[in-house]
Design a protein around this ligand. Structure first.
Ligand code: P6P
Length: 331
């Protein structure tokens, strides 16, 4: 049986009433097509001079890689003319990006981390593009406040993982599906029609080098997993840390696990390292749609009312049993 491509999958979802409207289908396809072009640049690496630093910094205070800027610009230029968007927001841009007056205005807001994990680019470890789609409320000119909607308001979210395979993983509120890029046709082909996160796991992902900076509940949770079968959990655990959220979340969607980036005593004013609007919210949406859970240790991430576009948040997400355990330790 021939596999179906993204365009047919979205058309059938529209016909079956699972997808809001044709504009959303076109927006998802547009983002996916742009990510195919980004995957070509990522794959070329040193052959096309796109590795290394861009010589600029972003609002996060991070040094930008050349590919961060390339991916960001590709998404802006590839989406702004479509008539589908009211604006865009990106990890790489301080301010929201309004649609130029020369282009028709649309009703959707697109936020993205254009190249998550880009510190891995120069050492050839998987990276990805994360995107989140909201609907703009009202007809007033675009403001930052338009983006500040809780994660439950997302109409779609997904990522493209540039790994051994390039994969698009997507949800628009009816479960999670995965598509693999067919290099021959240049199309995303449905390969994972119903992704589910196992409820229990023996695998956790955390950057252990930050251990001395964690809050007590996290210290307890991790020490119990490290104690394995000799400790209160009564089973041995395995650990992974790819330093690329897209890679970690994909592994969890494929085989279960729990990913955590806790808040850190080094930066008491910050709630954590990861960004709510274009990392935690889209990934939490996917994880919940696949049957997992996602909290900041104290509340469901998707319920958090954002106050700033680049707001940070602590993240515990993945197999429901483990997320509930660490959340329970926070009291
Ligand atoms: P650390 C990448 O920079 C990122 O935002 C996530 O993709 C990843 O999970 C995390 O930061 C890695 O952080 O402190 O281990 O480099």
């Amino acid at each position: 049986m021939s596999r179906i491509a993204l365009a047919r999958y979205l058309t059938e979802a529209l016909q079956q009433g699972r997808l809001a409207d044709a504009e959303l289908a076109r927006l998802i396809e547009t983002v996916a097509d742009i990510c195919v072009s980004i995957s070509h640049d990522v794959a070329q690496g040193a052959l096309s001079g796109v590795l290394g630093e861009a010589g600029t910094g972003n609002v996060q205070g991070e040094q930008q890689k050349k590919l961060d800027v390339i991916a960001n610009d590709r998404l802006l230029e590839g989406c702004e003319w479509t008539g589908l968007l009211a604006g865009m927001g990106s990890e790489e841009m301080d301010e929201p990006y309004p649609i130029k007056a020369e282009y028709p205005q649309g009703k959707y807001l697109l936020m993205f981390d254009p190249l998550d994990g880009s510190s891995n680019i120069d050492v050839n470890i998987s990276v990805g593009t994360i995107f989140s789609i909201l609907k703009k409320q009202g007809d007033a000119p675009l403001r930052e406040a338009d983006f500040l909607q809780p994660g439950t308001s997302q109409v779609a979210a997904g990522y493209v993982l540039y790994g051994p395979q390039t994969m698009l993983v997507l949800s628009f509120g009816h479960g999670v599906v995965g598509f693999t890029l067919d290099a021959g046709s240049g199309r995303f082909v449905l390969t994972h029609p119903e992704i589910k996160v196992p409820t229990a796991t023996k695998e956790f992902a955390i950057n252990m080098s930050n251990q001395r900076h964690w809050e007590t509940p996290v210290q307890r949770w991790v020490s119990e997993m490290l104690a394995g079968s000799t400790g209160p959990r009564g089973k041995d655990f395995n650990m992974r840390w790819v330093a690329s959220m897209v890679g970690e979340v994909h592994r969890i969607l494929m085989r279960g696990g729990v990913f955590s980036y806790p808040r850190d005593a080094r930066e008491p004013g910050k709630a954590g390292k990861l960004r709510l609007m274009y990392e935690a919210n889209p990934m939490s949406f996917l994880i919940e749609q696949a049957g997992g859970a996602a909290t900041n240790g104290r509340q469901r991430i998707l319920d958090i009312q954002p106050e700033q576009l680049h707001q940070r948040v602590a993240v515990f997400l993945g197999s429901k049993d483990e997320v509930e355990t660490v959340t329970g330790y926070h009291g």
